[in-house]
Design a protein around this ligand. Structure first.
Ligand code: SF4
Length: 254
């Protein structure tokens, strides 16, 4: 089965997101390949070819500020409503070197054309050590941050991070980030994040980080690793109940 096609432009959708409703996507990343510090085994876009924690070598393939402004404004001018405008796309949006400025531009255009829409990011949490990323994240209405695992070992097997990225640092950076949602993908198969105390360790991390909410789901599209198996809703509900009971944090199943 084929993985999802990459987004071909800067603006895509609106897509009917499982978690956000109608959401207009902004792709700050290259159009013809995925740029990401992770290489998640479940990635819907297939394997990561440009696996990096630094986008500076790829600048020629990234949209400019002017291109983003023009693309977003020309879409919003048409007058169609959206619930969310979301930074996501072909990889990790926070890799964009001027992420904070991009958020400012999108925020100004949102205020002008669709003031009721919320600005969000879907991020893998790998770039939280950078001040421009933190500044950009603060200006958004929703920060939806990835944490799929409870241990460094499983993190390496599931997310295949770039060598400079350490699980412990991600957990500490998430703890220091105010008012955000953690999103977690559960998967079964030879590599999974369900066994050997992994769920219990993940719950411990949630209790430490104290996000406002946790959203969990399983794979629903062909993955990079096609041997992965879906985790059923019943199992996800049990994980959610256990995590809620221990942490007191709202855990929603999608
Ligand atoms: S972080 Fe997202 S884009 Fe990057 S490899 Fe993982 S699922 Fe794919």
């Amino acid at each position: 089965m084929q993985t999802l096609k990459l987004q071909e432009g800067i603006i895509y959708g609106p897509i009917k997101s499982r978690r956000l409703g109608p959401s207009l996507g902004i792709n700050l990343l290259p159009k013809s390949y995925k740029l990401c510090p992770f290489n998640c085994i479940y990635c819907q876009y297939g394997w990561t070819l440009a696996h990096t924690d630094n986008a500076s070598a790829y600048m020629d393939d990234l949209p400019t500020m002017e291109e983003l402004e023009e693309a977003l404004e020309s879409w919003l001018k048409r007058g169609q409503d959206v619930d969310y405008i979301t930074f996501s796309g072909n990889g990790e949006p926070c890799l964009y070197p001027q992420f904070d400025r991009m958020v400012e531009v999108a925020s100004e255009l949102r205020n002008k054309y669709v003031p009721q829409a919320r600005l969000a990011v879907l991020s893998n949490s790998a770039c939280l050590g950078r001040s421009n990323v933190i500044e950009g994240l603060k200006q958004l209405d929703e920060r939806i941050m990835k944490l799929d695992c409870g241990s460094e070992e499983t993190f390496r097997k599931v997310n295949h991070p770039h060598k400079n990225i350490k699980y412990k640092e991600i957990v500490e950076n998430l703890k220091n980030l105010d008012d955000m949602i953690i999103q977690t993908v559960f998967m079964d198969g030879e590599t999974n994040n369900l066994e050997n105390g992994e769920i219990e360790q993940w719950i411990e991390r949630l209790d430490y980080i104290k996000p406002r909410e946790v959203q969990i789901y399983s794979i629903d599209r062909p993955s990079a690793d096609q041997t992965l198996k879906l985790v059923g809703k019943e199992k996800l509900q049990k994980i959610a109940q256990k995590a809620e009971k221990i942490t007191g944090i709202s855990v929603k199943v999608f």
